[in-house]
Design a protein around this ligand. Structure first.
Ligand SMILES: Cc1cc2nc3c(=O)[nH]c(=O)nc-3n(C[C@H](O)[C@H](O)[C@H](O)COP(=O)(O)OP(=O)(O)OC[C@H]3O[C@@H](n4cnc5c(N)ncnc54)[C@H](O)[C@@H]3O)c2cc1C
Length: 397
């Protein structure tokens, strides 16, 4: 097997790298945590500007088929793109992550032609930002227990209920929404998957403040919200299968999207700038051991990412093995951030604005965000269950 890149692929990487480095510095300047702070207008505008440039350059959805406006790229180009974007900590799908990595692909495979025509292009241009209404106050890990109801009245579903933890709902124009359409059916059977205009009368969005100080996710309330019947994806009461497809894409990219390699590289950089037990941290044997282990695990994750890409290339919906990348990337990132805390000691606890905060307090921000990443898109415990039962075929616990 030949592991070398062809001259064309090397040229693709060179051009891409130049574009990403230039665009990053022009749009984001020296700001390093590019995925954070979407509730702040200034950061959101930058993310939109970055998205526009990504779109204009043709990089925003390399993995989508050309007929739907994507790049139709091969696996090697996709791998190069992900490597280069993640190396710089850039959001690989710009401002419309949910749409481009999971909702769009779900519509490409399971939507109607009319839905594809209506929604896909505006996902790519970010004219329509999407959010995902799955979780409810009493239905997170046990998602099939959801209670938000939709009844058919004439040409519409009429929706009542509540969702929670809906990322980007305050920015979104559209939402994928899971609703119960047959309350008498067994819980996995009576669910439907709808596409909902967030400006519909009867929708109220309330931001939730997080431990980081930001408010990037929300409660969403539905009071007699009318959704046209043509906005159903798949069949009525068979939305569970559609939602699983979206979740698989989400978990595939939960591993892919997480710039954990950059987290490790940043930590290595930090270790060269700070002291640990009287010496430069990077020279301390305990620190070196930890850094080496993190770097090895991050490299393994990069290779696992290629495996996920191979699956997509074969036009298969990602399977339960995607749980491994999601689980490992987010847990590794958590350990990296916890080790930054150990290395920096009490100074790690200082927020930006404090004169003694290390590197503007960014390590604290990353630490506070890291735990949530192990919960979003299905908690680590749930990923363990999926791997145990559906990949390793162990008996149910
Ligand atoms: C940053 C962030 C962004 C999010 N964005 C969205 C979004 O955009 N849209 C959306 O719909 N949701 C979103 N979520 C919600 C997320 O999907 C849920 O938080 C997650 O599925 C867990 O559900 P829960 O919070 O109800 O916890 P619970 O399900 O109540 O779980 C509580 C604890 O019990 C454990 N547990 C539960 N069941 C089992 C089991 N069977 N075996 C072992 N352990 C178990 C869990 O691992 C967890 O530790 C987001 C969450 C976060 C943190």
């Amino acid at each position: 097997m030949d592991f070398n890149y062809t001259p064309e692929q090397e040229e693709f990487r060179r051009t891409l790298r130049g574009f990403l480095e230039r665009t990053k510095s022009e749009v984001f300047g020296r700001n390093d945590d590019l995925n954070a702070g979407t509730d702040r207008d200034d950061r959101w505008q930058r993310l939109l500007e970055y998205h526009r440039r990504l779109y204009d350059a043709g990089y925003v959805a390399l993995h989508w088929p050309k007929e739907w406006g994507g790049g139709g790229a091969g696996i090697v180009e996709q791998a190069i793109y992900q490597d280069e974007a993640l190396r710089l900590g850039l959001p690989i799908y710009g401002a419309n992550t949910l749409a481009i990595d999971r909702i769009g692909p779900t519509l490409i495979f399971l939507g109607t032609d009319e839905q594809r025509e209506r929604y896909l292009r505006k996902m790519l241009t970010a004219e329509e930002i999407w959010c995902q209404g799955y979780s409810e106050p009493n239905a997170g890990s046990d998602l099939a227990g959801l209670q938000t109801r939709a009844e058919i009245q004439g040409d519409y579903f009429v929706v009542n209920g509540q969702k929670i933890w809906t990322s980007l709902a305050q920015r979104a124009h559209m939402q994928v929404l899971l609703v119960r359409t047959d309350p008498k059916a067994p819980k996995h059977m009576g669910i439907s998957y709808l596409l909902v205009d967030m400006k519909s009368p009867g929708i109220t969005v309330r931001p939730l403040r997080q431990i980081t100080g930001g408010a990037e996710f929300n409660e969403v309330f539905y009071d007699n919200v009318k959704v046209p019947l043509k906005n159903l994806v798949g069949e009525i009461n068979k939305g569970w299968q559609v939602s699983i497809a979206t979740l698989m894409y989400e978990r595939a990219s939960g591993g892919t999207r997480h710039p954990v390699q950059k987290s490790v590289e940043d930590l290595i950089g930090l270790s060269r700038r700070v002291q640990f037990q009287g010496v430069t941290a990077a020279q301390h044997p305990y620190v070196r051991q930890k850094l080496a282990q993190f770097a090895i695990e991050a490299e393994c994750l990069r290779l696992i990412r290629y495996r996920g890409l191979t699956n997509q290339l074969k036009k298969r919906i990602p399977g339960p093995e995607t749980s491994y990348g999601k689980l490992h990337a987010t847990e590794l990132n958590l350990r990296v951030q916890m080790f930054a805390d150990e290395m920096l000691g009490p100074f790690h606890q200082l927020r930006s604005g404090s004169s003694a905060a290390v590197e503007g307090g960014r390590w604290l921000g990353r630490f506070l965000t890291a735990r949530g990443m192990t919960i979003a898109a299905g908690s680590s415990e749930i990923q363990h269950n999926i791997i145990g039962e559906r990949v390793l075929k162990l008996p149910k616990g």
